[in-house]
Design a protein around this ligand. Structure first.
Ligand code: ATP
Ligand code: MG
Length: 491
């Protein structure tokens, strides 16, 4: 073990938010050891802007609770942690852990429970990469480096602590972390890892819960280097484990959406990981629509059914939370509305809660060479910048062109006499209900209750508002790490 001077490693307390210093100081004052560890230390040393700071201590979760009282909440079962609120920020405080005992690993060697408290040396040895295992005591101005991690920082090498096969078996998610950090930090992967990181090894990911894999997929989508990591996921066979039915040939649409996602992150815009899922699954959705069309199903019903099918298949790998599934289906449904809008509804459509995401999606399709959008991406793009008069003229021109092409079309035109300016919900009541019955865990409501919920849903979809009665708020909570992800409208 070597002790590095923080100042010589490019670290200073001035770089730290007061929240993490407050946590370290409070624990130290109560007589415990406390360090900053993990990505925060690593990123500062690399001159990057850390996403967050994690603390580690020899205090147990209940002792941490004693120190912080109501500012502290103990979370997790497999991996018990304390969440400490400092001002408006939340700091994760972990207790030093010893390697897990044999009895709590699965037949494949996967760790099922990891709450065996230990010393700092033991805690170090169960961390994943050397560069994630440096312990920074900001008040002492010291960094404890147990494995010469500083050299890996200098040489830009990602090195697993211990035997790589064993470490992947203990926790297969480390395979995803390897590719994520290599892409994010632009580090090379230690040859010892490359040697054992085979497609066979990736099979272990089948044992990881689809909830955890969804969380990890979100981290891959939102780290700012999605475009760089995608070919790596494919090359190492991880892609097939995460997205079983998605072609390993990256389409121009996916490519463009990935670059666009990275750019948005770079300029500090919000991104919604569900949007990228909508992109990834788009071709599968279209193929499934074709299957239902071929069976003679009407278009709207085929789209609804296809959406449910594709998301259900994906859920066997990564469980997309309900609200994100609804978002994805709405973005897909928006595509037909935007492609062939009813003239009376154009203005209302442009104010719809899902318009922005649907439009971004359409434009990305168009710009990546998808001619089936008929130029409507550019049309909507121009429409949004028009004055009220120009909009009126654009709509009437569109109306005339539409009528002309409709006359030409052999199929009988839809009777538009009864069309109102009200837009129908993108995801229909009937579909929501059948979706609910598929999942027993959420089917506790009486039918009248569910009817009223659906009416609320219709109303809120139309207004774009989500209130306390909205069905989304009543759904079973899926445990996921949202601390780094901003779910918001794409703008
Ligand atoms: P970032 O937050 O930038 O994605 P990070 O390294 O901080 O990267 P976290 O997931 O926040 O990653 O985890 C914090 C630390 O906990 C890691 O740096 C590592 O030391 C340890 N850790 C996290 N996940 C694992 C794991 N699966 N196996 C071993 N150690 C882990
Ligand atoms: Mg972190």
């Amino acid at each position: 073990m070597q002790t590095l001077r923080a100042s010589k490693s490019g670290l200073s307390t001035a770089q730290l938010p007061s929240s993490i210093l407050d946590v370290i100081d409070s624990l130290t004052k109560a007589g415990y050891q406390a360090y900053i560890v993990g990505g925060g230390v690593r990123d500062l040393m690399l001159g990057l802007n850390p996403k967050d700071f994690d603390a580690v201590t020899n205090a147990t979760p209940s002792q941490i609770k004693e120190v912080f009282g109501r500012r502290c909440r103990i979370i997790g079962r497999r991996f018990e942690l304390a969440h400490v609120y400092s001002g408006r920020e939340l700091i994760e405080v972990a207790t030093f852990r010893a390697p897990p005992k044999k009895a709590i690993t699965s037949a494949q060697g996967m760790i099922l429970r990891d709450n065996n408290w230990g010393t700092i040396e033991e805690d170090f040895s169960r961390r994943d990469f050397s560069i994630n295992a440096m312990y920074y005591q900001p008040r002492k101005g010291e960094v404890l480096d147990f494995c010469n991690a500083i050299d890996d920082i200098k040489n830009k090498t990602l090195r697993l602590l211990g035997d790589p096969s064993l470490r992947f078996e203990e926790d297969p998610v480390r395979m995803l972390r390897t590719l994520r950090f290599a892409a994010k930090l632009n580090f090379s992967i230690d040859p010892k890892i490359l040697e054992i990181f085979t497609e066979d090894m990736t099979q272990l990911l089948r044992d990881v819960s689809p909830h955890r894999l969804y969380d990890e997929s979100q981290k891959l989508f939102t780290m700012g280097h999605l475009h760089r990591v995608m070919p790596m996921l494919i090359e190492f066979g991880v892609w097939k484990q995460l997205f079983a039915d998605i072609d390993t040939e990256i389409t121009p649409f996916i490519e463009r959406a990935a670059k666009n996602t990275d750019q948005r992150i770079q300029i500090g815009k919000t991104i919604n990981p569900a949007f990228f899922y909508a992109v990834l699954l788009w071709n599968n959705f279209l193929a499934r629509c074709d299957v239902y069309h071929a069976k003679g199903m009407v278009a709207a019903e085929a789209r609804a059914q296809a959406g449910l099918d594709v998301l259900k298949r994906q859920a066997t790998r990564t469980i997309i939370p309900r609200f994100a599934e609804t978002f994805i289906r709405e973005v897909w449904e928006m595509q037909s509305r935007l492609l062939n809008p009813k003239p009376q509804q154009i203005e209302a459509l442009s104010g719809h809660a899902r318009f922005r995401a649907g439009f971004d999606f359409l434009l990305l399709r168009e710009k990546s060479g998808d001619t089936t959008t008929n130029g409507m991406g550019a049309w909507w793009e121009a429409y949004q910048d028009m004055s009220a008069d120009e909009k009126e003229r654009a709509i009437s021109l569109y109306n005339r062109q539409r009528a002309k092409s409709r006359r030409k079309a052999t199929e009988t035109a839809v009777d538009e006499k009864a069309i109102s300016t009200q837009i129908e919900p993108l995801v229909k009541e009937q579909e929501s209900r059948s979706r609910r019955t598929r999942n027993k865990a959420t089917s506790h409501t009486s039918s009248s209750d569910s009817r009223s919920r659906n009416n609320d849903f219709k109303a809120s979809v139309n207004t774009g508002e989500i209130n306390a009665d909205h069905p989304i708020t009543k759904r079973r909570r899926v445990q996921r790490d949202l601390s780094q992800v901003i779910f918001g409208p794409i703008q």
